[in-house]
Write a protein of this length. Structure first.
Lengths: 193, 216
């Protein structure tokens, strides 16, 4: 019962937001901004870029709201827009960087909004992964995409996605070596967040 | 004994082992433990929480949305279509009362009962946020209801009878004034009243221009 009324409210919200209703847009933003920001932040591995990507994702989404038909859940639809916005922006940036020469190595590690040591270590290790591995690992292990979906989003085969995933997990394991050692000594509980 | 590679163990997190791998795992404690760690790592990644965006992100976004014309905020009276036709008057009056009691009332009058906590009564940030969410839902429901009424009544946007329009707005002003008397400090109701007064005055000028001065 509660779910049904919540769904109805969201449909109303989407309709109002598509018509440019500020409060409806703000309500959708408040509801989904943390999810949007999380995925673009992890893909970007940088706070400043993440803010730009999140803004771009929201603008794209609000612009496209009149075309949202409700075939998928709104959260899923919005999430896909956010992923695409971040990936496309990264590609643009890389293309520009290739033209302009190498970027400095000392990219600062962004602060992580978490009070868990494990979460902080995981986020930092994610930031250190090579970009291709990071994208696949985030989409698969963090966001729950299938390899076929990852293939669609990244423009690679599902086999490539799998291969990148296994490499990324192994690389993460190496980056988290100390933590994993602690986990071995303390048992699986040490991994729980 | 040759151990399984890290990439093989990464694959075994969510794919079955072949016969050779299975045989090795049954004999090798190190690889079994390493696989358990890899599984724990994957589970931990799946449990990573959402991340709050930085403060001020909404303000930047709102400015961008406005600059692109994606926010249409022409003033509440016009947005709700209250000035268009006297057929709206009952719905408009109901809506004003509804909004005054629910959306704005949650934040200011704070004396409603039976709908959970209100902002003014809240003692924690979480309670206040919850009350604001309830108020938002009321707002959305009210506006949607109003739209349904509009569609059901088959409103003709071309109907611009200035006298009827003025009468509808006059009624709206009086209802708004009553609401403001109950909650004089409420910015929502005061803004609503100001919009209604401006629309009414504009309608009065239209009446005058149409050569029907002193009709009232």
């Amino acid at each position: 019962m509660r779910d049904a009324s919540a769904g109805q409210t969201e449909r109303q919200l989407i309709r109002l937001a598509a018509d440019g209703d500020l409060r409806a847009i703000r309500t959708l933003y408040d509801r989904y901004a943390p999810r949007v920001y999380a995925v673009v932040r992890r893909i970007a591995a940088d706070d400043d870029l993440a803010q730009d990507y999140a803004q771009e994702a929201w603008i794209r989404a609000i612009r496209a709201l009149p075309t949202f038909r409700g075939d998928a859940r709104f959260s899923t639809w919005l999430h896909r827009i956010a992923v695409n916005a971040a990936l496309q922006a990264l590609r643009k940036m890389e293309t520009r960087a290739k033209r302009e020469g190498p970027a400095p190595d000392d990219v600062p590690v962004a602060p992580v909004h978490s009070d868990s040591l494990l979460q902080i270590k995981l986020e930092r290790a994610l930031d250190e992964l090579p970009e291709g591995m990071r994208q696949v690992l985030i989409l698969h292990d963090v966001e729950g995409y299938t390899h076929e979906e990852i293939g669609d989003v990244l423009g690679v085969t599902s086999g490539t996605s799998k291969s990148q995933l296994f490499k990324a997990r192994a690389k993460m394991r190496a980056l988290l070596g100390d933590l994993a050692q602690d986990a071995q000594e303390d048992g699986a509980e040490a991994w729980s967040i | 004994m040759e151990h399984l590679t890290a990439e093989s163990l990464a694959r075994l997190v969510d794919e079955p082992a072949d016969a050779a791998e299975q045989a090795h795992l049954e004999e090798c404690e190190a690889c079994t433990a390493e696989l358990a760690v890899m599984r724990g790592q994957t589970e931990a990644l799946g449990a990573l929480p959402e991340i709050l965006p930085p403060m001020g992100e909404w303000d930047v976004l709102e400015a961008q949305l406005r600059s692109e014309g994606l926010i249409k905020d022409p003033g509440l009276v016009r947005k709700l279509g209250l000035a268009r036709t006297p057929a709206w008057m009952p719905a408009a009056a109901s809506l004003v009362l509804f909004l005054g009691g629910a959306a704005a009332g949650a934040g200011v009058t704070a004396h409603r009962t039976g709908e959970g906590s209100t902002v003014a009564e809240s003692t924690t940030v979480e309670d206040a946020a919850s009350a604001v969410r309830v108020a938002e839902d009321h707002y959305v429901t009210a506006v949607s209801h109003y739209r349904e009424l509009m569609e059901r009544d088959g409103v003709d946007d071309t109907m611009t009878d200035p006298i009827s329009r003025y009468a509808a707005l006059e009624h709206l002003v009086s209802v708004s004034q009553a609401a403001v008397r109950q909650a004089p400090g409420d910015p929502f109701l005061n803004g609503f009243l100001a919009s209604a007064l401006a629309e009414r005055d504009a309608a009065a000028r239209m009446v005058s221009v149409s050569g029907r001065e002193n009709w009232f």
